[in-house]
Design a protein around this ligand. Structure first.
Ligand code: PLP
Length: 427
């Protein structure tokens, strides 16, 4: 077997402008990109094509759960690719059963469907919900305002933000949006056609806003009362980021009456594959059988390579106790950031989140940022890039930290020092 440890690629080019021009000429311009071209990474660091090093506190938007160029992921890829990369879902592979078991063991008895992305995992949930209500003519799914569920046509229809829908109307029918963390709003929106409620455990794209325990418990009660499916999008907030496998498990820790709380379906992706594209949805028994033979599928779903990587990631997270690490280090980072909020109240408004899903909210009127019409979060992040740190914007005023689950404390310290150095210039 070849040595799986990756060797660092030395920077060979210093030509951001030509890379940018080449991409812009040949690639659909659907992304707003920062002016950085990255070439390689190791652990929580990435390097750009000029050889500059960045501490990656964004984790590819909550994806690189074990950091960059992780040797054990590489090893899993190499080992599996020597055996079998792909077979059709016309056949059985043991890896799918193993990965499905791993996921159900962490939630509750049920069944898993494998796909390739978060949007696709949510699509599976919409279809399961429609199947569930089909005989009674029920099809409507209630989601939350400011939610994000992906960029497919179903995904933007489910998402409670107008900006993702603009220009793509008409939307897929059957989605209604109501304010998040507002039980009465959901109760009032339920109609005879309603079949399910879908929420994120923690809203990620619009400011790192967790569901409250009372909301989760209230939704469960409401769904039981009205025979609706309770679906949770765990694409961004799942996979141990909060210190538990799913964010609702963390939010409900120690809450009276929450011991038996379970949603009926959960979507996953991002950190599940650590950068290898794999998504999944879990459905509680007996709903796991809603998507019967011939009703749903995808060519690459559950391919042996993706399953092998996801299984290895589960092993490493368990062996290295990364859930506890995410909880402890995340709490420490949040405390440090809270101290910065106190020290720099004219720049920083608040900090929130669980574990390694943290949102740092900027004050709305930072003088330096009023000279440019780019959102404050983007301007802040651009300046952090100059200091060698990557983070992710969330809405206009929130800077998100979604680092690898194995981020070291010394790395977190380095990131915080650089964040403080920037904040101090904005007072
Ligand atoms: N759901 C949530 C909560 C997300 O944050 C995202 C992506 O950011 C998605 C769904 C869509 O996932 P993907 O981009 O893998 O389709």
């Amino acid at each position: 077997m070849n040595e799986p440890i990756p060797t660092l690629v030395p920077p060979v080019r210093n030509d951001f402008a030509s890379i940018q021009a080449h991409l812009n000429k040949n690639v659909v311009p659907s992304y707003g990109r920062f002016p950085l071209a990255l070439s390689h990474g190791l652990g929580s660091y990435v390097w750009d094509v000029t050889g500059k090093r960045y501490l990656d506190l964004g984790g590819g938007i909550a994806v690189t759960s074990l950091g960059h160029s992780n040797a054990e992921i590489t090893e899993a890829l190499i080992e599996q690719s020597r055996k079998l990369i792909h077979i059709s879902n016309l056949y059985y592979t043991d890896l799918q059963g193993q990965l499905g078991e791993r996921i159900t063991d962490l939630i509750a008895p049920g069944k898993v469907f494998f796909c390739n992305s978060g949007a696709e995992a949510n699509e599976g949930l919409y279809k399961a919900a429609r199947k569930f209500g089909h005989e009674q003519g029920r099809f409507e799914i209630i989601t939350a305002e400011n939610s994000f569920h992906g960029r497919t046509l179903g995904g933007i229809s489910a998402t409670g933000q107008d900006k993702v829908k603009k220009g793509f109307e008409p939307m897929v029918p059957g989605f209604k949006h109501v304010p998040y963390n507002d039980l009465e709003a959901i109760r009032a929106a339920i109609s005879p056609a309603t079949v399910a409620i879908l929420i994120e455990g923690i809203q990620g794209e619009t400011g790192v806003t967790p569901a409250t325990p009372a909301y989760l418990l209230g939704l469960r009660k409401l769904c039981d009362e009205k025979n609706l499916l309770l679906l949770i999008d765990g694409v961004q907030c799942g996979h141990f980021r909060t210190g538990r496998f799913q964010s609702f498990q963390r939010i409900l820790e120690g809450v009276e009456g929450a011991e038996s709380f379970l949603p009926d379906g959960i979507s996953m992706a991002k950190s599940l594959g650590g950068g290898f594209p794999i998504g999944a949805l879990w459905l509680r028994n007996p709903y796991g059988d809603l998507l019967s033979a011939g009703t749903h599928g995808t060519t690459f779903g559950g391919n042996p390579l993706g399953c092998a990587v996801a299984l290895r990631i589960f092993e490493v997270i368990q062996r290295d106790q990364l859930a506890q690490h995410a909880r402890d280090l995340g709490a420490w980072i949040k405390n440090q950031l809270a101290a910065l909020v106190t020290k720099y109240p004219t720049v920083l408004k608040t900090v929130r989140g669980f574990g390694l899903m943290i949102g740092l909210e900027l004050q709305p009127n930072i003088a330096t940022f009023t000279q440019d019409d780019k959102p404050a979060a983007v301007q802040f992040i651009n300046r952090l890039h100059e200091k060698g740190v990557l983070t992710i914007p969330s809405g206009n005023h929130i800077v998100r930290l979604l680092p690898a689950l194995n981020l070291q404390k010394s790395e977190a310290e380095e990131g915080l020092e650089k964040i403080e150095a920037l904040v101090a210039t904005l007072v």
